[in-house]
Write a protein that binds this ligand. Structure first.
Ligand SMILES: [Zn+2]
Length: 271
């Protein structure tokens, strides 16, 4: 099993994020796994995850390079890591940093989280970075949807502007685009390299309600959906994500694509 949506921050940053989640959610989002580095990886292995990404994001200038160095360090010693870093549009050295992480460090992609970073996906500061990512065939994982509690719903429109400029850009829309389940699939219909990850979708009684686009979505986009969990920042036990997807009864062929095959193809992983 490959998990495309795993966070891997330095311990101090993780602690700040967990505090933020728990305070902001007023107790609705208790973090189940307050673990990092070795323990974080050991637990994933226990749950049957063979390869996983290291999603990070920055919310202020100068932070991206620090996060990227942390990821590079870990990727060098842990082969199960599929290294993902981040880029901050407000950093003057963003293009050089992108070149460094892709060409020198071999990162597979970046994560962008507009709501946390306060930088929209169509910020022109990202354009040269998108161009590089498109040329190199790397991947952008982003969280443009309004779930769980963001106010803006114009992510579809902004991402469309990006894709009109970089139509071959490989983009993974986190959380299946929740809650704009009607909007993001239109981008997948129009642009060949638009994918989705399953993080926090279809889990009953979770912090997110109306969090499942239904079996028809999974059938239609079976070649574009990648298993993702959002671990460790989740308010329930890790295996619930897998069970929730299995409960959709999509059949072994589609499950094989979602849990592994699509990620192998997208990231160029040789099995
Ligand atoms: Zn996430």
């Amino acid at each position: 099993m490959i998990d495309i949506h795993v966070h891997f921050f330095p311990p101090a940053v993780f602690r700040a994020i967990w505090r933020f989640f728990e305070v902001e959610s007023k107790g609705l989002w208790p973090i189940k796994y307050k673990i990092h580095t070795e323990e974080h990886i050991a637990r994933l292995t226990e749950y049957g995850v063979e390869r996983f990404t290291t999603l990070v994001y920055a919310h202020k200038p100068g932070m991206a390079a620090h996060l990227n160095r942390f990821i590079a360090e870990w990727a060098a010693k842990e082969k199960r890591i599929l290294p993902f870093g981040t880029i901050y549009a407000g950093d003057a050295d963003r293009v050089a940093e992108a070149r460094r992480i892709f060409e020198d460090e071999g990162f597979l992609g970046i994560k962008l989280h507009p709501f946390v970073s306060n930088e929209e996906l169509d910020d022109s500061g990202f354009f040269p970075v998108y161009e590089m990512i498109e040329d190199l065939g790397r991947v952008v994982v982003c969280h443009p949807g309004s779930a769980p509690a963001y106010h803006s719903q114009d992510g579809v429109h902004r991402l469309r502007k990006v894709l009109e400029r970089y139509p071959k850009l490989k983009v993974v829309i986190a959380h299946c685009g929740a809650y704009e389940y009607d909007g993001y699939p239109l981008l997948a219909d129009e642009f060949e390299n638009v994918y989705f990850d399953t993080a926090m979708n279809c889990i009953h009684g979770s912090t997110w309600h109306n969090n499942c686009p239904g079996p028809a979505f999974f059938q239609k986009y079976q070649d574009r959906i990648l298993y993702g969990s959002d671990y460790p920042n989740i308010p329930y036990a890790y295996p619930q994500q897998r069970t929730a997807l299995e409960d959709l009864k999509l059949g072994p062929e589609i499950e094989a694509k979602i849990f592994r095959g699509n990620a192998e193809r997208l990231l160029g992983i040789v099995a």
